[in-house]
Design a protein around this ligand. Structure first.
Ligand code: NAP
Length: 232
């Protein structure tokens, strides 16, 4: 059994990742920026016979990240997994020329600086695992090899997340901490919308696999979709 933290797990892909990790017998810690929504998710999972522990976290706030890390350090001696799932998609209808700078900054704070700070602050606990894994929920929209127009701050936040994944992958191998990024595909969630082609189960599959598969079978510092390494 591993102890795994999933951010933004009050809905969407994060909730499904938390559900499946708990179904597989792991100790799951979920976070939500809104405790009422987090409690709803916790009781939904409880009704399914799955006990998870809830923490408050606004990933776009450095003090909130630090507060969570301190709280976890007082309550636990180690952490086996971190799923950086929380994210925002706020610039669907604009261009790099016109995107409002506050939207740009907020997107980077949530989708890039938040995951970066969370990894940095949780490294002491992750180092104590011996088989720690970090999964970053990224997007094909951030892949340079297929970069196009539109969604500018979202794309750039995920490109930065991908670079962070490769760098941490290289730097943390010596600590037995596996770091990978995943594109879940276009998933039916609040973010993905009604037209999305994939279910939350399909979106959660690769992150759950990376958390639970035997370590020697997994890549390090790579970008994956459907359990396969893809181009950055
Ligand atoms: P979602 O349904 O919109 O859920 C996003 C989650 O992130 C929610 O729990 C949300 O909380 C949380 N969140 C947003 N900002 C936060 C903040 N500042 N602090 C803490 N939590 C915050 O989205 P999703 O589709 O499940 O997406 C999950 C991840 O997959 C994201 O990183 C997304 O970029 C990525 N992804 C999704 C798709 C897709 O098609 N859906 C495609 C590619 C990548 P609230 O409920 O409080 O807003």
């Amino acid at each position: 059994m591993s102890r795994i933290l999933v951010t933004g797990a009050n809905g969407g892909i994060g909730l499904e990742i938390a559900r499946e990790l708990a179904q597989k017998g792991n100790e799951v810690l979920i976070t939500s920026r809104d405790l009422a929504k987090g409690k709803d998710a916790q009781s939904k999972l409880g009704d399914e016979g799955l006990a998870v522990t809830l923490f408050k976290l606004d990933v776009g706030s450095e003090p909130s990240v630090e507060e969570l890390a301190e709280q976890l350090a007082t309550e636990y001696t180690y952490l086996d997994g971190l799923v950086n799932n929380a994210g925002v998609f706020q610039d669907q209808h604009t261009s790099l020329e016109n995107v409002q700078m506050d939207v740009f900054r907020q997107t980077l704070e949530t989708n890039f600086y938040g995951p970066l700070l969370l990894i940095r602050n949780l490294l002491p606990l992750l180092r104590k695992s011996g088989d720690a894994r970090v999964v970053n929920l990224s997007s094909g929209l951030g892949a340079l090899n297929e970069m196009g127009g539109g969604y500018p701050s979202y794309r750039i936040s995920k490109t930065a997340m991908n670079a962070m994944t490769a760098i941490f992958g290289a730097e943390l191998s010596k600590d037995a901490i596996q770091v990978n990024a995943v594109c879940p595909g276009w998933v039916q969630t609040d973010m993905g919308g009604a037209g999305a082609t994939r279910t939350v189960e399909q979106g959660a599959d690769t992150p759950v696999w990376l958390m639970t598969e035997e370590r020697r079978l997994l890549p390090q510092g790579k970008f994956l979709r459907d359990r396969q390494v893809i181009d950055w």
